[in-house]
Design a protein around this ligand. Structure first.
Ligand SMILES: [Zn+2]
Length: 481
């Protein structure tokens, strides 16, 4: 269901610009069976915005995102023809699935991250998805959809999205049958699968992962699908049918390659533990990790203790979590995720200053960790040290001007300091980055009338307002065309 829903979201994202029918030529000229790379990217960005800001299952966790970005980056560097930008993100869903969207956006279900027992297994699925992108399989499929199925998919999208917010309106069998029909057309063809496997395996090997992991993970998924004979097949298998032929091919190709032990990164295990600790009822999560630690059922003691401490913190047992972090440290494990957890635990105990110090030290050691930066600014803000928080933000905002989270944090700090012009100005930039120009323009108007700006600040706001209005006018005009 997932992929069809996302591709449907593609249409929804485009449709509101000028009503369903008129928006269709926007996807590329008729007769062109492949979307242009620019159009593909634009489409992907729009869907990504929908997911990031409207999809409740989107995992908005900078540590998980950072991990996936690092892993994904290793694979795209090793992939042939991966010249574009990629973005990897997680969706909280227990099914084993991953999907590539137009424009290099790759979604990974948390179920896949849990089901993968080694990092090479997870990497094998991602490498396959990356190959679908580099080979422009999605663009080609969408190009065909556009001529054949777009109006139907737009109608379907409305029904399904409506059904999501109003379950009573999810009009059962008819929609489901149609969704099934669309979905089968969106499944990758055998040729596409073969190509993605072949190139994915090559990237896996080049990036230093164990190439045998691909076939072993295929087999695992196939076994899982046989157990679930009630039709709840892993989503991945529906869109990427795993056949004996695929398994045999992957085995044969890997057989000619030397066996390579790939040690899992510390973050692989920590991210898995974090996702598990965040799942379901907090007390259940504590019980789960408690048993894991006590019985020694883990690949990594540090990750098991990390999971236990996270679950304890979630269950509002910050003191116990603190003791567990101590045991975690004594395993000798270190890294930005562990420092960030230690700081969250201190915050949970009301020790804001200790947490702030911990994060300041950690950031010196791991200056590129965005997650540590967000946490540091957040804890300074919580400790009512907004001026310090703003000072911490200055340099990163110059380095990463397109990071919406930084602008959001800045707006929060200005708000706490009662600086209204600056607050609305920062909030406007958040909306610009989220692709919502009308909301941004509104914020700048609020900034103008805030009454606490000097002449220079007001002229900066005016200039930006003018710029955004022009940009918005162009967007409106393009949508009408
Ligand atoms: Zn595939």
């Amino acid at each position: 269901m997932r992929i069809s829903r996302l591709l449907i979201a593609v249409c929804v994202a485009v449709a509101p610009r000028a009503g369903a029918q008129q928006a269709l030529p926007d996807l590329g000229s008729a007769g062109d069976a492949t979307l242009s790379p620019q159009m593909e990217r634009r489409l992907g960005e729009q869907v990504m915005r929908e997911i990031r800001f409207r999809e409740p299952t989107y995992v908005d966790d900078p540590e998980v995102s950072e991990y996936l970005a690092t892993l994904g980056n290793r694979l795209t560097q090793a992939s042939v023809g991966a010249r574009q930008d990629f973005e990897f993100f997680a969706i909280r869903d227990n099914s084993i699935n991953a999907f590539a969207m137009p424009g290099g956006f790759v979604g990974v279900h948390t179920g896949l991250i849990s089901a993968a027992e080694t990092e090479s297994e997870l990497a094998s699925v991602l490498a396959h998805e990356v190959a679908h992108v580099t080979q422009r399989h999605i663009a080609r499929m969408l190009g065909q959809q556009q001529q054949m199925q777009m109006p139907m998919m737009v109608a379907l999208a409305a029904a399904i999205l409506l059904g999501r917010s109003r379950p009573d309106l999810a009009s059962g069998a008819a929609v489901a049958a149609q969704a099934g029909a669309v979905q089968s057309q969106l499944a990758y063809s055998r040729d596409f699968e073969r190509e993605a496997d072949r190139l994915g395996l090559r990237a896996l090997e080049t990036a230093g992962f164990d190439p045998h992991a691909m076939s072993s993970f295929f087999e695992k998924m196939q076994r899982a699908s046989r157990i679930a004979d009630d039709g709840t097949m892993p989503g991945y298998l529906r869109t990427h049918p795993v056949t004996f032929e695929r398994i045999a091919d992957a085995q044969n190709r890997a057989a000619s390659l030397p066996y390579r032990q790939h040690p899992d990164s510390a973050e692989f295990q920590l991210v898995r533990a974090k996702l598990r600790a965040d799942q379901g009822d907090a007390r259940d999560a504590v019980r789960y990790f408690d048993a894991v630690v006590r019985e020694g059922r883990y690949a990594s003691e540090a990750a098991a203790r990390y999971g236990l401490a996270s679950a304890l913190l979630r269950a509002r047992r910050a003191r116990d979590a603190d003791a567990e972090v101590g045991r975690l440290r004594r395993t000798g494990a270190e890294g930005p995720m562990i420092d960030a957890l230690a700081a969250r635990v201190k915050q949970g105990q009301g020790e804001q200053e200790t947490a702030a110090k911990l994060l300041a030290t950690a950031r010196k050691r791991y200056p590129y960790s965005r997650a540590l930066l967000y946490a540091h600014v957040g804890v300074l803000h919580d400790a009512a040290r907004d001026q310090d928080a703003l000072a911490v933000l200055t340099e990163p905002m110059r380095l990463y001007p397109k990071d919406a989270t930084l602008h959001q944090l800045q707006a929060k700090c200005y708000a706490a300091l009662g600086k209204r012009l600056l607050q609305h100005q920062a909030q406007a930039e958040v909306y610009v980055l989220q692709g919502s120009l009308p909301a941004a323009i509104e914020q700048l108007q609020l900034a103008r009338s805030a009454g606490d700006g000097d002449f220079y600040q007001l002229s900066v706001v005016d200039a930006r307002l003018k710029e955004l209005r022009t940009q918005h006018a162009v967007e409106v005009r393009d949508a009408k065309r």
